[in-house]
Write a protein that binds this ligand. Sequence first.
Ligand code: PAN
Ligand code: ZN
Length: 204
Amino acid sequence: MPQNGNLPFTYEILQGENIALSAYDNHIIRRLSSMKNQFLDLAAYDTILSKQDSLLYEVYEIRLPEEAGVLLQGISFIHPGKVGDEYFMTKGHFHAVIETAEVYYCLRGTGYMVMETPEGEWAVKALSPHKVLYVPPRWAHRSVNTGAQEDLVIFFAYPGNAGHDYGSIEKQGFRKLIVERAGVPAIIDNPRWLPPDRRNNEAA
Ligand code: PAN
Ligand code: ZN
């Protein structure tokens, strides 16, 4: 039964072969078709999509009121795979209430959190089991699975009023991309990314 956020509750993150929440309310599934123009290699994207609409990631959420003071929680599973040389990743977003932060805890797998501010400052942090990541207010965030076989599994908690702003990332992408180079992950510049002061000019 969904919680109203006003009473204490507990649940478990079951740690068997398949990590799972003992209870959840929402299961979100994101497929390749929802990531148009996000991967650098557009031809590779089209080729994969013409064969199958691959499952990129899944999110299990505990439903709570989307209000300030409440903490929304859940776990994300980013599946392994690549589009061209670029590893499977989440869409990524700013919080609509941009001054809200988020905490992640990596349960399984390997990957990165790619982050940036509206001004173009960027950061990339490695994720591996037991690592806690603090995403500060104002930083957009995207998780990337660099594992060859394993899911990247991460627990998250963020303020109920945060909301999600996907629009700016859909237009620009992130400043940095995570790709495979000589068999290992590398951080490269996104050639489509423009600094904030050039965005309006180019669009006009
Ligand atoms: C996470 C993300 C989740 C999926 O719960 O929503 O990992 O990523 P996208 O929302 O970018 O598709 C979170 O950051 N919430 O704020
Ligand atoms: Zn978030």
